[in-house]
Every structure is written in structure tokens, then in C-alpha cells.
Write a protein that binds this ligand. Sequence first.
Ligand SMILES: [Zn+2]
Length: 70
Amino acid sequence: MPLYEFRCTHCDNLFEQIQPYHADWPLCPVCGSETMRIMSSSSVKFKGSGFHCTDYTKHGRVRHHHVNKT
Ligand SMILES: [Zn+2]
């Protein structure tokens, strides 16, 4: 199953989840809001800019979720 990255549309929490291709997108584990999917394998550049974005989150409760490819 593919590994997807999701970003919460509400609190910008970033997290990864392995799930089937057609599964519903998960809700944010922090605040329960809807998330948008980030394609982690094919868009490294996009992910980089996304990470930059989280540096500026106003809430301060977003942890840096560095992705270690293992
Ligand atoms: Zn959230």
C-alpha cells in the first residue's frame, strides 16, 4: 500500500499514513478536521515548500514532523 502524506486544512498538522489507494482520507489526528493529501513520493519539491509553510504556523502547536525514509 502506498504511503501518503496529509496536511490538515485547519491546523496545518502534517502526518503520514499508509492506506489503500481508494480509501477515504483520514481526519487530522490533532483537531479532527479535514485533510488534504500530499503526494510524498512524486513531489519532493512540493513537500519542501510545504515544510517551509509550517515554519510559520501561528498556532505553535504544530510539531515538525520530519519524514525519515526508512
Ligand atoms: Zn488539524
